[in-house]
Design a protein around this ligand. Structure first.
Ligand code: XMP
Length: 511
């Protein structure tokens, strides 16, 4: 049984980050909704500690998320963060009130109790990040204050020893809490006794063994996209069941320049049993005349399922459909306040229609862990470090109707941008990049000729998880060189812009 720290999610934007930070300590963590703690001896097996996340709510709100803490505390060590700390204080008889002034941003711990195990190795003056509108104004009887800032008296508290309960009003998981990792390590290792044995190699070993057991002699089908998640899932499954895995790679015609052939070759070199299907005619025919972004996505999603399904049916004895779903996809679907902004086509739909059982070997991994597993499996670096690319491909980067001619223009511009990033050593510094073909034409002059041609926008962002992103501050000289090359070499484009919007409020893709 893998030992793990459970993070109970009260809806904070940084819950995922807590999970990641714990994993960065080589400790397995799982995020589950605040009201889904698996009480019961067997279900609790392996859980060595619990962290309560922050929340957008106030503990005294009507409808505030509550948990029977009396049931949990004493059973396992518990650390409350922000809302988690306030909820704990309130539940055990303390008081939480709106702060006289909202407490946001950097703060420094002025006093620290040197005997508190949570603060071992952390010195007064350590920087922490506050982000709360409420504050604890009284801690429960018997509890003690273990850290304060000039403005926040109860920055951290400790319950009587037998309760094994701590609370911090700041966010140790965020980058700006410079002592945050030490604090989380103190909790997970020092207090909960984690052995720090979670690694890519241990994940592969246990997952391959589990897959062998789960799949037996069954045949499995997997849809490859060229992206790192489905590729790593395929190589992992291949290690477990060899040729009983059949991969299907569909070309919808809107991949990057030469991508279908290049990636297919990579897959074959990796020893995967892969079928490449060129279905581009069908996709272009169905997209003719369609300009609405959501309709485009829906058509591509439906076509993809149809093509994939037809191909998969040729493998008559398949019992399983494998997918490269990763942890953030699963957590997002539990999101408390989540609304659908864009319908991502590759989630859901297929297994029900195909009447196959679902196998998702990476569903508990974060993106950086998927990459580490790929590396450990010996996959080439260019596949592992590949930027994310949307399932509907260049279709969501062509505003308006999608045609073959426009895809070719965009592929050529995109190729120059991406190759430029690689040649300048900038590719690995951005999360993802691409070019958008705009539905406008503008006047230009080339030689002595007037031109009236298309404009494109370059988009490059930095991010850690695509949930938030900043536009990449690429050097002007680089942008100038790419712009020049695109205008000189790509027929039909006479203007290049650079997108300087962050997410939120914009999104990474334009459609
Ligand atoms: P947005 O545009 O929502 O994109 O900020 C966030 C991340 O998701 C990718 N993306 C998709 N990936 N299927 C995918 O597999 C899709 O339909 C899809 N739409 C957006 C996008 O490229 C970015 O990495």
């Amino acid at each position: 049984m893998t030992e793990k720290i459970v993070i109970l999610d009260f809806g904070s934007q940084t819950t995922q980050l807590i999970g990641r930070r714990v994993r960065e300590l080589s400790i397995y963590s799982e995020i589950i909704p605040y009201n889904k703690f698996p009480f019961g001896r067997e279900a609790e097996e392996g859980i060595i500690g619990v962290i309560l996340s922050g929340s957008p709510l106030s503990v005294y709100d009507e409808g505030a998320f509550k948990l029977d803490l009396h049931e949990l505390v004493g059973r396992l060590p518990v650390l409350g963060i922000c809302y988690g700390a306030q909820l704990t204080a309130q539940e055990f008889g303390g008081k939480v009130e709106p702060a006289p002034s909202r407490e946001y941003g950097r703060a420094n711990l002025a006093q620290i109790d040197p005997a508190c195990p949570l603060f071992k190795g952390i010195e007064p003056g350590a920087q922490v990040w506050m982000s709360h509108g409420d504050t604890i104004t009284a801690i429960p009887e018997g509890f003690t204050t273990v850290a304060s800032t000039d403005d926040v008296r109860f920055a951290a508290f400790q319950a009587p020893a037998e309760m094994r309960l701590w609370g911090v009003q700041f966010h140790p998981e965020v980058f700006h809490s410079t002592c945050g990792m030490q604090l989380l390590e103190n909790f997970c290792v020092g207090i909960c006794g984690a052995s720090r044995s979670w690694s890519a190699a241990s994940f592969i070993e246990t997952t391959v063994a589990a897959l062998k057991q789960q799949l037996g002699n069954d045949r499995v089908i997997l849809g490859l996209s060229g992206g790192v998640d489905s590729s790593v899932a395929a190589v992992l499954l291949n290690k477990a069941i060899g040729d009983r895995l059949t991969c299907i790679f569909v070309d919808h015609g809107m991949l990057r320049k030469n991508e279908f052939a290049d990636v297919l070759r990579d897959y074959q070199c990796l020893g995967l049993n892969v079928i490449g299907v060129d279905a581009s005619d069908k996709f272009f025919a169905d997209l003719a005349g369609v300009t609405d972004p959501e309709r485009k996505r829906k058509i591509i999603g439906a076509d993809f399922i149809e093509v994939f399904d037809a191909e998969a049916h040729k493998i008559t004895d398949a019992k399983w459909l494998a997918q490269g779903t990763i942890y953030p996809d699963c957590i997002e679907s539990l999101s408390i306040t989540g609304t659908v902004i864009k319908s991502h086509h590759n989630v859901g739909g297929l297994p029900e229609r195909m009447n196959l059982k679902l196998c998702e070997p990476l569903r508990l991994l974060f993106k950086d862990e998927v990459r580490a597993v790929g590396r450990e499996l010996g996959m080439p670096e260019h596949l592992i470090k590949r930027h994310p690319f949307p399932g509907p491909g260049l279709a969501v980067r062509i505003l308006g109707e999608v045609t073959r001619e426009k895809v070719t223009v965009l592929q050529n511009a995109d190729h120059i941008f991406i190759q430029g990033l690689r040649d300048s050593g900038l590719y690995d510094q951005v999360w993802q990049a691409g070019v958008i073909l705009l539905p406008v034409q503008s006047v230009g002059v080339m030689g002595d000729e007037r031109t009236y041609e298309r404009a494109v926008a370059l988009r490059a962002v930095t991010s850690t998880d695509a949930m938030t992103a900043d536009w990449a501050h690429l050097p002007y000289e680089f942008l100038a060189k790419v712009s020049n090359e695109i205008i000189n070499k790509v027929r039909g484009v006479n203007r290049v812009c650079y997108d300087i919007s962050s997410k939120p409020p914009s999104t990474i893709e334009w459609e």
